[in-house]
Ligand binder design. Structure first.
Ligand code: HEM
Length: 217
């Protein structure tokens, strides 16, 4: 089935999920994520990575506030799942570093540009927060184990205090996506942006990979 035909027959949530499967697999297999989850990156490397993510979430959450009443973006915007405070709590543990990151600059610019249409912002929101509420839950546990952390110190980023049951939250999130009044072109535009967001995350991982020699343990 062509993508256009598929977009007519499936819900937006299913389209985004199936349409970005290849990109997801690539992200999962990235060298940086593999090394991190294998426990081969040291604390300084993780602090560097988290510092980059801080800039990403700052842009996401600033843009979300601007679009809180946008008819499309408001389907996903939810201050109760914001991550900036959790990232800051984690950085208190790992330490703050300021590093040049062209990959983060490009990602942040794309998030800011997504304010032009709520559907583009939905793509940014979906790709990060639904990922954090999915694979991110396991990733947080692995990082806690590999770094020998206790009691959630340093891994607040993965812990959604206001979401006791991620599955229920994700089901409701998908229902809100599916209720969006988007035509085929709009749905495909959201999917294209999701793929672009995966690529931007891949760019961030690739950039981290160039620093691996400094951070290997
Ligand atoms: C090692 C890295 C990763 C692992 C192990 C992982 C694992 C997973 C798993 C197990 C799911 C749940 C699939 C399901 O419910 O059937 C998931 C969903 C998801 N992941 Fe990842 N993931 C990783 C990286 C990423 C990255 C880097 C992103 C994006 C920045 C991402 C975005 C998503 C999204 C958006 C979903 C939800 C898909 C949907 O149900 O619509 N993941 N991931």
């Amino acid at each position: 089935m062509t993508l256009v035909a598929e977009s007519r027959e499936t819900s937006l949530s299913a389209l985004l999920r199936s349409g970005s499967q290849a990109e997801h697999t690539a992200a999962e297999g990235s060298t940086f994520m593999s090394e991190l989850l294998a426990g081969r990156i040291d604390g300084a490397g993780y602090a560097h990575f988290l510092g980059l993510l801080r800039r990403v979430y700052e842009a996401l959450e600033t843009t979300a506030a601007e679009l809180a009443h946008d008819p499309v973006a408001s389907a996903v915007v939810d201050p109760s799942i914001e991550r900036l405070a959790a990232i800051d709590a984690d950085l208190d543990h790992w330490g703050r570093v300021t590093v040049d990151s062209p990959a983060t600059d490009a990602y942040v610019a794309r998030i800011r540009a997504s304010a032009a249409w709520g559907g583009l912002f939905v793509a940014h929101h979906y790709t990060r927060y639904l990922g954090d509420l999915s694979g991110g839950q396991a990733i947080g546990r692995i990082i806690g184990r590999e770094f020998g952390l206790d009691g959630g110190v340093g891994t607040a980023f993965y812990s959604f205090e206001n979401v006791p049951k991620p599955k229920l939250y994700k089901d409701a999130y998908r229902a809100r996506l599916d209720a969006l009044p988007l035509d085929d072109a709009g749905r495909l535009r959201v999917l294209d942006e999701v793929k672009a967001v995966f690529a931007l995350n891949g760019g961030l991982f690739a950039e981290m990979t160039t620093h691996l020699d400094r951070y290997t343990r």
